[in-house]
Design a protein around this ligand. Sequence first.
Ligand SMILES: Cc1cc2nc3c(=O)[nH]c(=O)nc-3n(C[C@H](O)[C@H](O)[C@H](O)COP(=O)(O)O)c2cc1C
Ligand code: SF4
Length: 440
Amino acid sequence: MPFHFAGKNYSGNAINSIKEIKSKKTALTDQYNVDSKGTAILTRDFTGLKSYSTILKKCLNASAEEIQTEVKQSGLKGRGGAGFPMAIKLETCRKTDADQRFIVCNADEGDPGAYSDRYLLEKQPHAVLVGMIIAGFLANANVGVIYIRAEYPESIEEINKVIKELIENNLAGDNIAESGFSFHFKMIKAQGAYICGEETALLSSIEGQRPEVRVRPPYPAQQGLFNLPTVVSNVETLANLPYIIENGGKHFASIGTSKSSGTKLISLDGYFNKPGMYEVDMGTSLSVVVNELGGGFREPVKAMHIGGPLGGLVPIHKINDLTVDFETFAKEGFLLGHASVVCIPEKFPLLLYIEHLFEFTAHESCGKCFPCRLGSTRGKEMLQKARTSDYKIDKQLFDDLLETLEIGSLCMLGGGLPLPVKNALDYFKEELKPHFQKTT
Ligand SMILES: Cc1cc2nc3c(=O)[nH]c(=O)nc-3n(C[C@H](O)[C@H](O)[C@H](O)COP(=O)(O)O)c2cc1C
Ligand code: SF4
């Protein structure tokens, strides 16, 4: 279980050294497994500054149209949750009339159990930053804002170090590698609100406003930061771009499945025998991730919450039905999301788990729309009352609440909450039944 102390993050075996860390106030080096099965794009060893310089020059010496064709052919979809095609965002931003455009790297990574962005920021910073420059070239944007959660101090330090290195080597800043293209980085330290990861709340936060979600359309690619066209992309999405430029869009599209190309990073939590960061080709069986890479569970687990708090609750018996790609997860009624895996042990009450999901949403809600602002609190109250007294929940009322959240919420914080709750109601009927009124 990861924890945070004196400005540093700890995970893995550090749990056994809490006393030492607290008393000596020393920082241990964070350690977790990193491995891949299939193509290593994001977990490959650092190929050297020179290789990134070659990629960047290849990109900047071509026309934006040629490079755009490669990205389109790659089929790259956003890795931050929604899976939206990257090429469309870049093209929309480029084609929207404006004097200035922005690239925003969303490194807020608030999903509990997710640390793949952190891994990339700290271990593959060149891929992330060069990816931002490539995106800037394609969108005709000269400013890249990198928005990193403050709980990742090591990531901020590493990214600042590499930005400096790129500038010193004329690979960032004015007139990059004499290409005529300029790209300037700006670092923003986020302050720890989950909603700031939502792209429009994030933009408001950068502008110094209250992080309230904005109504779409217009989408950020049309009207984003300071009302100017902005591509907001996840760290992992951007980190794929250098590989695409280096190897070509068709090659990238040949990895994974026809609709979900490339690879996916998956973060496994401490209930696995081998917790860590694993990269698999899209389309890899979930059982390979769980049993081979993760080494199975340390103790009996009844479900895995995959893709953050708004992702699906996958019961253990569904492992063999799932492959790691957007389409299979959606078809089976789940969500791949950012692909963090949080295990729910056999002994942990499901009612308490879903109560916690409502509580999390209530705490993190930006308050702009009432289904989420009020509905999350009402849901938490119902579940809490059922857990702590003889009160039985009216199933019809509860279903109505879920429907209101799902169709009436302005963003996926309120709109996505019903998914794991419905999964719990479907797959753990017997466990939850005693807390609901009997139906005739
Ligand atoms: C409540 C909420 C939190 C989110 N948090 C993140 C986040 O931490 N990182 C992220 O990349 N996307 C997050 N997203 C998704 C973003 O709104 C957006 O879709 C994403 O940054 C787009 O990048 P992509 O196309 O590369 O996936 C969140 C969405 C919601 C509704
Ligand atoms: S669903 Fe929640 S977080 Fe999203 S806009 Fe509505 S109140 Fe804000």
